[in-house]
Design a protein around this ligand. Structure first.
Ligand code: SAM
Length: 245
């Protein structure tokens, strides 16, 4: 049987999607507040840098994969980006995103929503100018498939950007970060979101994700060109980007 990781557990590949879905159904309502608390607000800065890397342009069309509650899509629009398709495999996350869009007054013309698996994007080849995936690739079962699909739907001249947790580069910092992730985060999850298990998965899934160089190689294998990455906060997170020429 084909197995894959779900945090530190090995599970059959076709079960991971269901397990991940349970996690995000459980955290959807508290997702935004938990992000602020867990990262002490730093995820906002990371996302700002990430959207810069997407080079927003008024006529550029963005496909936001695993877009969840919409942070990247909304910043893209705020920064004068063109039409955006906010997608996620999870209806609960997307529904929070839709409500936020309404509250923020984003509805009307420039934003659409779709429940989409990033591994099988139902769009034509060469149909978008940018593809983003922020803190989403880690949760996908077949990451190579996501990268290939992202490349396929990009127009020549289009750009792919991935924001994801990565490998901390400073050893002493790494110890503090481990304490924070494995001790503090599940406790916070327990008290704020009444869900310690999902936040334990979060910490474990981060450790299982390919490091900076491995992800870069995977993007090259998917056909992307001029790929590069930049570390954020000492490698806690990293932005990977590549072009389709
Ligand atoms: N991009 C948002 C952000 O940065 O705040 C949300 C990130 S959230 C940590 C991860 C998201 O990935 C969840 O909303 C989850 O439903 C979604 N996801 C997991 N597997 C997916 C898949 N195969 N295709 C599309 N989305 C997926």
């Amino acid at each position: 049987m084909d197995m894959t990781d779900f945090g530190y557990q090995q599970v059959p590949s076709d079960e991971k999607q269901k397990l991940v879905r349970n996690v995000f159904e459980s955290v959807a309502k508290n997702y935004d507040i938990m992000n602020d608390v867990m990262s002490l607000g730093i995820h906002r800065l990371w996302k700002k840098i990430f959207v810069n890397e997407l080079y927003p342009r008024p006529h550029a069309k963005l496909l936001d994969l695993a877009g969840g509650t919409g942070d990247i899509s909304f910043q893209w629009l705020d920064r004068n980006g063109g039409p955006v398709l906010l997608t996620d495999i999870n209806k609960a996350m997307l529904s929070v995103g839709r409500d936020r869009a309404t509250n923020k007054g984003y509805f009307g013309g420039n934003i659409d929503f779709a429940c989409i698996n990033a591994e099988e994007i139902p769009l034509q080849d060469c149909s978008v100018d940018r593809v983003s995936i922020a803190f989403g690739l880690r949760n996908c079962t077949n990451k190579e498939k996501v990268l290939k699909e992202a490349y396929r739907v990009l127009r020549p001249g289009g750009r792919f950007c991935c924001l994801e947790f990565s490998k901390v580069q400073i050893p002493v910092f790494s110890k503090i970060y481990d304490e924070w992730s494995f001790k503090v985060l599940p406790q916070m999850g327990k008290f704020i979101a009444k869900d310690a298990e999902s936040y334990r998965y979060l910490a474990e899934s981060i450790r299982m994700f390919p490091d900076q160089e491995t992800l870069l190689q995977m993007m090259n294998n998917a056909g992307m060109q001029n790929t590069k990455y930049q570390n954020l906060s000492g490698g806690i997170a990293a932005i990977h980007s590549g072009w389709r020429f």
